[in-house]
Write a protein that binds this ligand. Structure first.
Ligand code: HEC
Ligand code: HEC
Length: 324
């Protein structure tokens, strides 16, 4: 079997303005770090969800003694195919890697070491932002072996990983170093490199309450998961927005005020309790939270109510089959 790994590393040449006086520059720096943190949280949970659903598909299909086409797990093509709504370099890095392309560079290794020290002190690990240069910020967040599922492929080679799986791993990753982990270990980090210039696109969201901008906002923030271009029902990482809309129209008897109130309540606090789509919650987990004003959320939901939403080509037929 052959694996193709697509490696895109996007390198820009930045231009920076030096005319700002120091005070505004400092304020901008603070607010841009906040934006980087927020966007990093959003992008890493999106990426995590995409890789996680791939992983669950395989583990569910193959059972716990996983011996699979690990090609499906090569992260780069998956990570690069996602639409993050921003030009950005997203990867996972580790000091004990399976895929040598994921080897931590200098600054990533420093961050990993410091997370490891925090783990020893039983502190909880949180995302960090580091300045890479005048033009670039790095977002890093811990990836831990949260549960024993991970140990099927990253645990003890003599007990937790099946013989078949181990053989598969060795054939594809001859330099594999990513075993022997226990639940709770630090497996690696999300490493997301932002151009500061790109981050400026994500001003505090009050900039986006112009109705003309709502579609742009939906495209930029919702389509990455609720994609209208998914090739099949098997490939999705969240239900199409049109499916969400129909479900909520039924739940609210087509009443606009109730529709807006109910979806807004979910978007302000996406919890299992507020979710009404129990099937998708089981399949994908509850969706992540956006820190948006009530006003922006209401605009988006009104837009969903009043406009025809783009939907994937397979959707109508699937919908008819499921809801005859
Ligand atoms: C079915 C086997 C399998 C399971 C289960 C699995 N992984 Fe992996 N993991 C892999 C493979 C294969 C790679 C190499 C991916 C690549 O080539 O991009 C990998 C790579 C990684 C990497 C990137 C760093 C590196 O070593 O290359 C991280 C981080 C990671 N896994 C974390 C996890 C966590 C956390 C879990 C549990 C939630 C988990 N994995 C479960 C097979 C698995
Ligand atoms: C990171 C992926 C992701 C992004 C980005 C995302 N969603 Fe979701 N969304 C999901 C997933 C997964 C579900 C299904 C699980 C659930 O219901 O929570 C979902 C469900 C929903 C639901 C139904 C909730 C329920 O169960 O009652 C609504 C409404 C929704 N999304 C609206 C939006 C809107 C509007 C946006 C853009 C502003 C958006 N989502 C962006 C992943 C995402």
């Amino acid at each position: 079997m052959k694996c193709f790994v697509f490696l895109f590393s996007i390198i820009f040449s930045g231009c920076s303005s030096t005319s700002d006086n120091e005070e505004t520059a400092q304020n901008t720096d603070l607010s841009i770090e906040k934006t980087a943190l927020k966007q990093g949280n959003r992008i890493s949970s999106q990426a995590q969800q995409a890789l996680g659903s791939q992983l669950m598909k395989i583990v569910n299909k193959e059972g716990p003694a996983v011996a699979v086409s690990f090609c499906n797990l090569v992260a780069y093509p998956i990570l690069d195919s996602l639409n993050y709504g921003i030009d950005v370099n997203v990867r996972r890095a580790s000091v004990k890697t399976r895929n040598p392309k994921n080897k931590a560079n200098g600054i990533e290794e420093k961050i990993i070491r410091s997370y490891q020290q925090q783990l020893v002190k039983q502190e909880s690990l949180t995302p960090v932002i580091k300045e890479l240069s005048q033009d670039e910020l790095l977002y890093a967040a811990p990836i831990q072996t949260k549960n024993s599922m991970c140990l099927n492929c990253h645990g003890a080679t003599d007990s937790e990983i099946s013989k078949n799986t181990l053989a598969k791993i060795h054939s594809l990753y001859p330099e594999d170093n990513a075993t022997g982990h226990k639940v709770g270990d630090l497996r690696g980090i999300w490493s997301i490199t932002f151009k500061k210039k790109e981050l400026l696109k994500f001003q505090p969201d009050t900039a986006a309450v112009n109705v003309d901008d709502v579609l742009a906002l939906v495209k930029q923030n919702c389509y990455s998961c609720h994609s209208p271009n998914s090739p099949s029902h098997e490939d999705i990482i969240a239900p199409p927005l049109e499916a969400v809309k129909r479900r909520y129209l039924i739940a609210t008897g087509d009443d606009k005020a109730a529709f807006v109130t109910k979806i807004s309540a979910f978007l302000s606090d996406p919890s299992q309790q507020n979710a009404i789509m129990k099937g998708p919650v089981r399949r994908f987990g509850v969706m992540p939270k956006f820190n948006w004003s009530e006003e922006t959320i209401a605009k988006i939901v009104e837009y969903m109510y009043e406009n025809e939403l783009e939907q994937p080509a397979w959707f109508e037929q699937h919908h008819r089959e499921m809801h005859p």
